[in-house]
Design a protein around this ligand. Structure first.
Ligand SMILES: Cc1cc2nc3c(=O)[nH]c(=O)nc-3n(C[C@H](O)[C@H](O)[C@H](O)COP(=O)(O)O)c2cc1C
Length: 361
């Protein structure tokens, strides 16, 4: 089933493999611009039914990691155009992941004090400029709480980024609502202690997610809009949120009428608990549109989850780093190049090494 076509909103996919969003930090500087090397990397992987790009900050203050590609300047839009042209020339489809990190940043990256639902910091590190020069892991700053006017501006920034993505030729956008970044910071109790209509009850904590999603869908079409969530992942938090599973089911109910291109669950990066089968069944029963899953899937486990009907597309991350032709290798039973963790340094930053130099089988 994984080799069969599927329609995700406005996009017909040749197969049900997606390449999961992966930050690789190889932009041109200054200005965090996508470049020809990135276009080559993505084009090499265009036989995936869908590529989801690395997280792309929607605004300067939305940045949390140095060297990641933005989608808020004309030079960035022009850079991304190289990527979409190259993927389309290979017959692929590509969504861009729209990213606002919220509090997971530092003034030296965001260009100002980072922002969040509330002025609360947890111990956390991000990739940024080191005092002694160069880049490395630095402790995040205490954020300031967004005012209601700031929230309206942030939603407008998401909308503008989505329009920029259309101008750059993307097939759609995936909102990063996972992994402890801004949208997730509004959802969870530990990071959202607001007393206005964006905090308190579960409905209020969902409001930012709903308003961003609805505004982006209104601007570029729901059939080109998707969102990534991670209710079973505790990334960027000291402890798990006691309400996030229940709240996420309410999010699923709220998203169902919109008819998004897909709803994406990132299951198991960092600290996580296994998504129970009963939870998958509840999501499927509530959500009539395409569902994507990601996290340590193999061809076999991916096939199994599709067969059970809990997902329509499976996203693979690390297999696509080392196997640009992962789809063909899977179809023909060819050996996979394993991820080389000793070469882990090439995950983030650097040039072609560990990036575009993995050959096809
Ligand atoms: C190098 C690297 C960078 C990643 N960057 C992102 C990102 O920008 N946005 C995101 O949502 N997930 C990101 N992830 C998580 C992946 O999308 C995926 O969920 C995770 O790697 C698990 O899938 P896998 O086991 O198939 O690799 C990243 C993962 C890796 C390995």
């Amino acid at each position: 089933m994984i080799f069969t076509p599927v329609q995700l909103g406005a996009s017909p996919l040749a197969n049900r493999f997606a390449m999961a969003p992966m930050t690789r930090s190889r932009t041109d500087q200054p200005g965090d611009r996508p470049n020809a090397l990135m276009a080559q990397y993505y084009a090499q992987r265009a036989s995936a039914g869908l590529i989801i790009t690395e997280g792309a900050p929607i605004s300067p203050v939305g940045r949390g990691y140095s060297l990641t590609p933005g989608i808020y300047t004309q030079a960035q839009i022009d850079g991304w155009k190289q990527v979409t042209d190259a993927v389309h020339a290979e017959g692929g489809k590509v969504f861009i992941q729209l990213w606002h990190v919220g509090r997971r940043s530092h003034d030296s990256i965001a260009g100002e004090q980072p922002v969040s639902a509330s002025a609360i910091k947890e111990p956390d590190q991000v990739f940024g400029p080191l005092p002694e020069g160069g880049f490395g892991m630095i402790e995040t700053a205490v954020p300031r709480a967004l005012s209601e006017a700031d929230i309206a501006q942030t939603i407008a920034d998401f909308v503008q980024a989505a329009k920029n993505a259309m101008a750059a030729g993307f097939d759609g956008v995936e909102l990063h609502g996972a992994h402890g970044y801004l949208i997730d910071q509004f959802l969870r109790l530990d990071s959202n202690q607001r007393t206005d209509r964006y905090g308190g009850s579960q409905e209020n904590r969902m409001r930012f997610l709903r308003e961003v999603t609805e505004a982006v869908a209104e601007a570029i079409g729901a059939e080109r809009t998707a969102i990534r969530l991670s209710p079973f992942v505790t990334e960027g938090y000291a402890k798990a949120d006691p309400e996030i599973e229940e709240l996420t089911l309410k999010v699923v109910d709220a998203l169902a009428p919109l008819g998004l291109a897909y709803l994406h669950f990132s299951e198991n990066i960092s600290n996580y608990t296994e998504m129970p089968e009963a939870y998958r069944a509840q999501v499927r029963a509530r959500y009539p549109h395409p569902i994507m899953v990601a996290g340590k899937y193999t061809l076999e486990s991916g096939q199994a989850i599709l067969a059970k009907g809990y997902a329509d597309v499976v996203a693979f991350g690390q297999p696509f780093i080392t196997n640009p032709d992962f789809v063909r290798r899977s179809r023909e039973g060819l050996a996979l190049t394993p991820v080389d963790y000793s070469a882990h340094a090439t995950f983030y930053g650097g040039g072609a090494e560990g990036y575009t130099d993995y050959p096809n089988a």
